[in-house]
Design a protein around this ligand. Structure first.
Ligand SMILES: [Fe+2]
Length: 331
């Protein structure tokens, strides 16, 4: 069965101002896809078969790997700086820690994060076919370091989506601090260490964790990245010790294989204030259900009994039911 990515919405949410002057993305000139230095499996993290069976990729994290050419780095830096400055003007705020909706604002970033070359490359690393995230808002976030040096760039957290990579846009040689780290262990283990629940790990924790369980990723230069199954890998960016420009890009992906659980934290995302987010969630649920319904059309065994047929149909519509329940609870 051929699963195609969720198409880009035909209309744009209100409130996003597209960049007027930006480079055109060109895979041949901007991409330099090189194999990751290391791959950590979910089993390496201590995850058991019960968790591993819920996701089509056995990989927890992989990297660092080169993703951009020098020319690609210059182009991405320009777009990220222009978006930061435009957002500051838009909102009149001193600092924006991140820019949401970047694929609506930048054609360059939309083309980069929807690049089939990158998706194929990441799919090989993940061991399962990955597609650009079915929610455009999750196709890329741009993160900037806060001006306040006492604050971490990003506290320990897990992501609300399944797969992403963290691309170092700034030159890491210019940074004092601002290290990217992940916890090499399970969510249960870290929840215990942080004295919290697994379900709370999206929220951000400032605690230090045992150093023997923490991996620091040394990006060799700008344009290098780390891939992760972000909902199962607790990670952070430590604080800077000197003011510096630290920009990272975080593009998100979904698995084409929809037989497992949806790692997207739908209930949490319904509370986010980004323009168009609820329609994005509806399109995400519809896309997932569409994949599952098509699977029934093509593969439902003709000899299935009533019970099996009900189970298949319920499974196919579960994503839509889950979203409806969540929205009804909210309203
Ligand atoms: Fe994250």
């Amino acid at each position: 069965m051929t699963v195609t990515p969720n198409p880009f919405p035909s209309s744009m949410p209100e409130g996003y101002q597209p960049l007027e002057d930006e480079p055109a993305f060109d895979a041949a000139r901007h991409l330099a896809l090189e194999a990751p230095g290391q791959i950590w499996s979910l089993a390496d993290f201590g995850y058991g078969d019960d968790v591993i069976a819920t996701t089509p990729s056995p990989v927890a994290a992989a990297g660092p790997f080169r993703l951009l050419t020098d020319e690609g780095v210059v182009a991405v830096q320009k777009v990220c700086r222009d978006l930061r400055d435009a957002r500051r003007m838009e909102e009149g705020q001193r600092t924006s820690a991140y820019v949401p909706g970047a694929v609506y604002r930048s054609r360059f970033l939309r083309d980069l994060t929807n690049s089939p070359e990158v998706a194929t490359f990441l799919s090989e690393i993940a061991g399962t076919r990955l597609l650009p995230h079915s929610m455009p808002s999750q196709q890329v976030y741009i993160n900037y370091a806060p001006d306040d040096l006492s604050k971490a760039v990003d506290n320990w957290h897990v992501d609300s989506i399944g797969f992403d990579y963290v691309l170092m846009v700034s030159d890491p040689a210019t940074l004092n601090g601002g290290r990217f780290e992940f916890f090499r262990g399970t969510m249960e283990r870290v929840a215990e260490l942080l004295d919290t629940q697994v379900s709370e790990l999206t929220e951000g924790f400032a605690d230090d964790l045992p150093s023997e369980l923490v991996e620091t990723i040394h990006f060799p230069g700008p344009g290098y990245a780390l891939f992760q199954q972000g909902h199962l890998v607790l990670h952070r960016a430590t604080r800077l010790f000197e003011v510096a420009e630290r920009i990272t890009l975080v593009p998100g992906y979904v698995a084409a294989d929809q037989s497992g659980e949806d790692p997207t934290k739908v209930e949490r995302i319904t509370t986010w204030g980004e323009p168009g987010i609820l329609a994005e969630l509806a399109r995400h649920a519809a896309w997932q259900s569409g994949v599952k319904l098509q699977n029934i059309v093509e593969h439902l065994p003709i000899a299935d009994d009533t019970e099996a047929i009900i189970a298949s149909l319920r499974n196919a519509t579960a994503d839509i039911d889950r979203l409806i329940d969540s929205l009804e609870e909210k309203s």
